[in-house]
Design a protein around this ligand. Structure first.
Ligand SMILES: [Zn+2]
Length: 246
């Protein structure tokens, strides 16, 4: 899928979020798994990544991906460097031709673009990263390093687990209420459901990001079998968000 607001900048910006089709991985990673850390065959994963790079015409050699650890470290990419960045969950750059990748199966793949400063970011926003305010930290970093203005920043939140399926325990619901205020937990028949998208949205709005510049996919990965879902399948692959300044 793609974000319609980013499509307007198609000449300057490449972005896409893959689904689970078009690759060579076998069950339970069938079939466009991009992640090396889930137990899939390394050859198949590398083949999948190469196929994606050919399809979308970017250099696989410049691809940057993260050793995602559910933390909130943001790394600035200044040139084509080691492809795998350790211990981080967000990347930012203003360099051309360097595709950034975020891998997910229920967590939110967040993409950020400032068309004025020509800077981009990818964020891996799961529950932990969201509680650690990773998207806020990433935007601060873009302001600090590239002078991005909050009114210029555009954000897309890709397919991810939504409150229809994201049941959490009462302990966690209480922590969420206590730290972020009410409104992010839905209670139904004494069950608690977390709205991870709303939690990230509120962090963005609190920083002054314009609501009309934020696009949220309505696809729930746990409902929609076109996407990998850790909650639904447990042993499964990861799909990915890619973004690159052309
Ligand atoms: Zn759902």
């Amino acid at each position: 899928m793609e974000f319609s607001q980013f499509r307007k900048f198609d000449k300057e910006l490449f972005h896409v979020i893959t689904d689970r089709y078009g690759g060579v991985s076998k069950a339970p990673f069938d079939n466009l798994n991009v992640a090396l850390h889930v137990g899939d065959s390394v050859e198949d994963v590398l083949q999948n990544r190469i196929m994606i790079s050919h399809k979308y015409d970017f250099s696989i050699k410049n691809l940057i991906f993260m050793d995602q650890v559910h933390g909130n470290d943001v790394v600035v990419i200044e040139h084509a460097m080691d492809n795998r960045i350790e211990n981080c969950d967000a990347l930012i750059t203003n360099e051309r031709k360097i595709p950034l990748m975020v891998m997910v199966a229920d967590c939110i793949p967040i993409m950020i673009y400032d068309p004025v400063k020509n800077a981009i970011a990818v964020v891996h926003a799961g529950r932990n990263g969201t509680f650690l305010r990773i998207v806020e930290k990433t935007i601060f970093k873009m302001q600090e390093v590239y002078g991005c203005g909050v009114k210029d920043i555009m954000i897309g939140m890709g397919p991810s687990i939504q409150s229809c399926c994201y049941e959490v325990g009462k302990d966690l619901a209480d922590i969420c209420d206590k730290n972020f205020g009410e409104g992010f937990i839905l209670i139904e028949e004494e069950k608690y459901f977390l709205n991870l998208q709303a939690l990230n949205l509120s962090q963005m709005l609190d920083m002054g990001i314009l609501k009309e510049n934020i696009e949220i996919s309505s696809i729930c990965t746990a409902c929609d079998t076109n996407y990998f879902s850790y909650r639904r399948e447990e042993e499964t692959g990861r799909f990915a968000g890619f973004i690159m300044i052309r």
